[in-house]
Design a protein around this ligand. Sequence first.
Ligand code: CTP
Ligand code: MG
Length: 241
Amino acid sequence: MSRTAAVVPAAGRGERLGPGAPKALRLLGGVPLLVHAVRALATARSIDLVVVAAPEDGVDDVRALLAEHGLVDSGPGRAGTLVVAGGGTRQDSVARALLALPPDVDVVLVHDAARPLAPVSLVDSVAAAVRAGAEAVVPGLPVADTIKAVDEHGTVVATVDRGSLRAVQTPQGFRRRLLAEAHAAGDPDAPATDDAGLVEALGGTVLVVPGDEEAFKVTRPLDLVLAEAVLARRRAAGVVA
Ligand code: CTP
Ligand code: MG
């Protein structure tokens, strides 16, 4: 048997969002961001197990929260969930969650709790691309803004060719063995901001597949305003969330 797991780093503080609870526990439509993200993963047909890396002092609270939303035990068409303690960096949190994976998992998706509205269809398309043979897969979108490189004074040194740039999202999908190797080789003192970066450092091949605008990351307060609007539109359209 081979199974696909999703790992959810959710141990960040959310400093850029401003004072308050850890970001994964902030509410969107009355429900914590983490619950939205886990529900999408657990509902995706491709995912058999979800492992959440919770704030170190909040493991029991997160477990209780997921239970309250019916997201701990597997059920018909829904994956079960494990909760482990996260670490001091995103990379460390993912590494800790990887250690909790059962042996029969051979494909792993890593998905930020801070991307609560990533569609189930995106989860399935990333998993399918790994199952189809890619060793590492990231969803990406063309960059809308013109990007300029500057020197230390703020003077422009170059306008980067936008055509070859992609803003990448999560879920990112990997052959499990490659992701574990990439994390083992990663430098804890210079942590990567995404998992594909670790695979690239090892010389692995990373494929970009089409991303989804709704998979945006909630980072700053305005992102939460956008997320509320997207959720309200989904609810009005009768999409359960
Ligand atoms: N994350 C984590 N462990 C950490 C830091 C981040 O699991 N030590 C997770 C966050 O919970 C989030 C994802 O990694 O789901 C993406 O990180 P980011 O958007 O930077 O979230 P925060 O680190 O919480 O936010 P900030 O950087 O503004 O403090
Ligand atoms: Mg962060």
